[in-house]
Write a protein that binds this ligand. Structure first.
Ligand SMILES: [Zn+2]
Length: 119
């Protein structure tokens, strides 16, 4: 398993494999978080934190909920907030060890406008 941990270590998650692609999105929330997203099925991600150790943020249509550590503020992942069948989690790959993502291709997504990749 490969673990992602927030800065203080209170919020962690684990996945079975390193990401093959990362997404750098320029939408209003992602550009502020500076996150690099790795997408997994919900069943592939083991969340290793207590709910009381995290805070969540949802905006707009509130389809997604961003989960961050209550103590250090690191954004750990997003998850579906409304649709229980939505089987996708976006893991912020910035919380993996740097070596895990050092050679993974980063694609720039125009989430602000066209929803197309810019590269
Ligand atoms: Zn933390």
């Amino acid at each position: 398993m490969i673990e992602a941990a927030c800065h203080c270590g209170a919020a962690r998650l684990a996945v079975a494999r390193a990401p093959r692609r990362l997404t750098d999105c320029n939408c209003s929330i992602c550009r502020r978080y500076g996150a690099l997203w790795a997408y997994y099925k919900a069943s592939e991600v083991r969340l290793r934190y207590r709910r009381r150790d995290v805070e969540t943020y949802a905006w707009g249509d509130r389809m997604l909920r961003f989960v961050r550590c209550r103590s250090c503020g690191s954004v750990l992942h997003w998850e579906a907030a409304k649709d229980p069948r939505a089987d996708r989690i976006g893991v912020n790959a910035r919380n993996f060890g740097p070596a895990v993502i050092a050679k993974v291709r980063v694609r720039r997504l125009d989430g602000a406008k066209s929803w197309k990749f810019l590269d």
